[in-house]
Ligand binder design. Sequence first.
Ligand code: ZN
Ligand code: ZN
Length: 279
Amino acid sequence: MAARRLSNGHTHTSFCDGQNTPAEMAAGAYALGFGALGFSGHSFCPADGFGMQDETLAAYRAEVKKLQAEYADKMLIYLGLELDSLSTPVNAADYDYIIGSVHNISTPAARICCTDLSPEETARAVAEFGGDGLAYAAAYFAAVDEMLNIREDLVDIVGHFDLVCKFNADGRFFDEQNAAYKKAAAQVLQRHARKFVFEINTGGMSRGYLDRPYPDYWLWEIWRDAGTPVVISSDAHLAAALDFQLSRMTEKARNFGLNVIDIADVCAARGNIRQLFSR
Ligand SMILES: [Zn+2]
Ligand SMILES: [Zn+2]
């Protein structure tokens, strides 16, 4: 695909846990030279009370639609949602696209743990898995597998595939080179690599947790083999992070041989994702 201007389809705003309003994010993206910006506010998750409840969600949708009209001649704007695996399903027709993400898993202590929250929360969860970090990671990938089985008709893009590694820099909780870890991750990715668009997400890097994107580079080989369409996203929670390493990751992914597309491609192909696969 010919070189395009920057784009990002994973964007949070002050309607959920972002720091800037949708209007500020749109203005920031436009100033950075974006050709397309997709908003993906967090769905409401009853398990932890996080995300946009009905009234907020309606206001979010109205605000993004207003910006769509405002920017009609300048920049493509898309109304998306980051749908947590524990959220109740939404009406897909209300959105231009949906990112399916696992943030929470249940532990053997019958507690819902947020893998995205903090090192302390991760340590507590791993302790509930008997100190077995690999079991914790395996439970996360099993949750991703389950979500993608149940929500194949709802999810367009799979969010941050190995988010479970967020607080695992230097293998603090589990060894990412361990064969059991690699198998747990690879099997799930292989099972779904021909069904969805996936993202390369620089959010763990922009927040200083990791020196590589989600997912780790070795998993990219599965996408290359499957011709999986991949979008590059920043998971931005503030306007200043909208383009964090997007150009570098796009180049890296293309050089790796990945089928890199953008959020406009995803929305245009919705309902017929097959056409986005390169093989
Ligand atoms: Zn997320
Ligand atoms: Zn997000």
